[in-house]
Design a binder for this molecule. Structure first.
Ligand SMILES: Cc1cc2nc3c(=O)[nH]c(=O)nc-3n(C[C@H](O)[C@H](O)[C@H](O)COP(=O)(O)OP(=O)(O)OC[C@H]3O[C@@H](n4cnc5c(N)ncnc54)[C@H](O)[C@@H]3O)c2cc1C
Length: 348
C-alpha cells in the first residue's frame, strides 16, 4: 500500500506551493528536503513578485501567483507596492500592455516619485510605473511560514533528508530512496529540486536540458527612517526589496556554474563594485553601508520558459524546473497549473 498520494522532492518555492495546494485539496503529501532549514535558491533570492514583465506568458504566470498569494498567504513577510523606473517613452507603451494583469497600475511623474520617495534619483525623462498590488517578500520567512502551514495541514516534511535514488519499474516510479537507506512510496512524485533536478533526472538515464547559473545579491543597511519600496531600475537592470532599515538586491551579474554548489560562491570583487555602482546610481541615502553579499544557484531552459510537466517516459513522475531568475513569480503559478494538469484542481 502506498503511504502518500504525492511525494515532493525539494522544499523551495516550487515544492512548498505544490505541497500547500495539494494538502489543501486533501492529499496525503510528503516533502523531502535535503536541508534542515530553507537553503535553496528561494531562501537566497531577492523576493520580488511583480507582474511588470515584458513577456506576456510570464506576466500571466505572475498574475496567477499574485492571485494565489492573495487567496492563501497570510504572512507579514509581504510588503505591497512595487515601482519600476523607466524612460517616459517606454512607460506609456508598457502601461498599456500591463493594464490587463495589473488594473491598479499607474504612471507617476518624476516629481511625484521624488515627493514620495526622496531617496530615489531620477534622470532625464524618467518616470515611475507603480503597481500598489505587486509586492516583495522576505523569502526565508515565507518558506518558514509555508513549511509550518503545510505541516498544520497534515503534510509530512522530512527535513535534512536527501533523495539519492529514484527507483522505477516500467513507466512508473515505485519509490525514492533517501541517503539513510529508507524508501518512500507514493502514487505520484514531483521533482522540485531546482538546479538539483538535473542530476536526479539524469540519474534515471534521461538527458535533461537545463543550464545552471549563480546569481549574487547584496544587503545595504541604511541609517534613518525611510518609507522604503521595492524598486526595479530599467536603466541599469537592478532590483531591490525593502528590508528592515535595509535594501536587498542586485544588478544582473549572473555567472556560469556546472553544479549547484558552485552557485553558493561568495560574490567577486567585480560583483561588489557593480552593485555599489548600481546602488549609488539610483539611490540618494545620506548614510548607508554594504553589510552582506551572497549568491544562489538557478536553472534555466533554452527558451527561458519554465518546465512543469511529466518526465518523458513516466506516468507518475513530474518536474518543475527552469524557473530561472523569476521563481518567486513563476513557482506558485506552475505548481498550481501542474496540479491542475494531473487532475488536482484548487479553486482560486
Ligand atoms: C540571488 C537570487 C535572487 C533572485 N531573486 C528573485 C526575485 O527577486 N524574484 C523571483 O521571482 N525570483 C528570484 N530568483 C529566482 C528564484 O529564487 C528561483 O527561481 C526559485 O527560488 C527556484 O525555486 P525552486 O523551488 O525551483 O528551487 P530551490 O528554491 O532551489 O529549492 C530546491 C530545494 O530542493 C532541495 N533539494 C535539492 N536536491 C535534493 C535532494 N536530492 N533531495 C531532497 N531535497 C533536495 C534543496 O535543498 C532546495 O531546498 C532569485 C534567485 C537568486 C539566486
Amino acid at each position: 500500500m502506498n503511504n502518500f498520494d504525492l511525494i515532493i522532492v525539494g522544499g523551495g518555492v516550487a515544492g512548498s506551493f505544490s505541497a500547500l495546494l495539494a494538502a489543501m485539496n486533501g492529499l496525503r503529501v510528503c516533502v523531502v528536503e535535503a536541508s534542515n532549514y530553507p537553503n535553496g535558491a528561494t531562501s537566497r533570492s531577492g523576493g520580488v513578485v511583480t507582474r511588470m514583465l515584458d513577456n506576456r506568458f510570464d506576466r500571466r504566470l505572475s498574475k496567477l501567483t499574485v492571485d494565489i498569494f492573495n487567496k492563501f498567504i497570510r504572512c507579514d513577510c509581504l510588503k505591497y507596492g512595487y515601482l519600476c523606473i523607466e524612460d517616459e517613452k517606454y512607460a506609456f507603451a508598457d502601461i498599456r500592455n500591463y493594464r490587463e494583469e495589473i488594473p491598479d497600475i499607474r504612471v507617476l511623474g518624476s516629481d511625484e516619485v521624488i515627493d514620495r520617495w526622496g531617496f530615489l534619483r531620477l534622470y532625464g525623462d524618467e518616470v515611475g510605473l507603480y503597481a500598489p498590488s505587486d509586492f516583495t517578500v522576505d523569502p526565508e520567512s515565507l518558506l518558514i511560514y509555508l513549511w509550518n502551514r503545510i505541516q498544520d495541514l497534515g503534510c509530512e516534511i522530512l527535513r535534512g533528508h536527501r533523495v539519492i535514488k529514484i527507483v522505477s519499474m516500467g513507466n512508473r516510479v515505485r519509490f525514492i530512496e533517501l541517503a539513510n537507506g529508507s524508501r518512500i512510496i507514493g502514487d505520484n512524485y514531483f521533482l522540485c529540486a531546482g538546479p538539483w533536478n538535473k542530476f536526479l533526472i539524469e540519474s534515471i538515464g534521461i538527458k535533461w536540458r537545463t543550464w545552471l547559473l549563480g546569481i549574487p545579491i547584496f544587503k545595504f543597511m541604511l541609517r534613518g527612517d525611510y518609507d522604503l519600496v521595492g524598486v526595479w531600475d530599467e536603466y541599469i537592470y537592478s532590483y531591490w526589496r525593502p528590508g528592515d532599515h535595509s535594501l536587498i538586491g542586485g544588478v544582473y551579474d549572473a555567472f556560469d556554474i556546472s553544479e549547484p554548489s558552485q552557485g553558493f560562491a561568495r560574490p567577486s570583487m567585480q560583483n561588489v563594485n557593480n552593485v555599489v555602482e548600481g546602488f549609488k546610481y539610483r539611490f540618494n541615502f545620506d548614510e548607508w553601508k554594504l553589510v552582506k553579499g551572497w549568491s544562489g544557484p538557478i536553472s534555466i531552459t533554452k527558451n527561458y520558459r519554465p518546465v512543469f510537466d511529466a518526465v518523458d517516459g513516466f506516468s507518475n513522475l513530474y518536474v518543475i524546473d527552469g524557473l530561472g531568475g523569476r521563481g518567486l513569480m513563476r513557482g506558485p503559478a506552475v505548481a498550481y497549473l501542474l496540479l491542475k494538469k494531473i487532475g488536482i484542481g484548487v479553486s482560486i
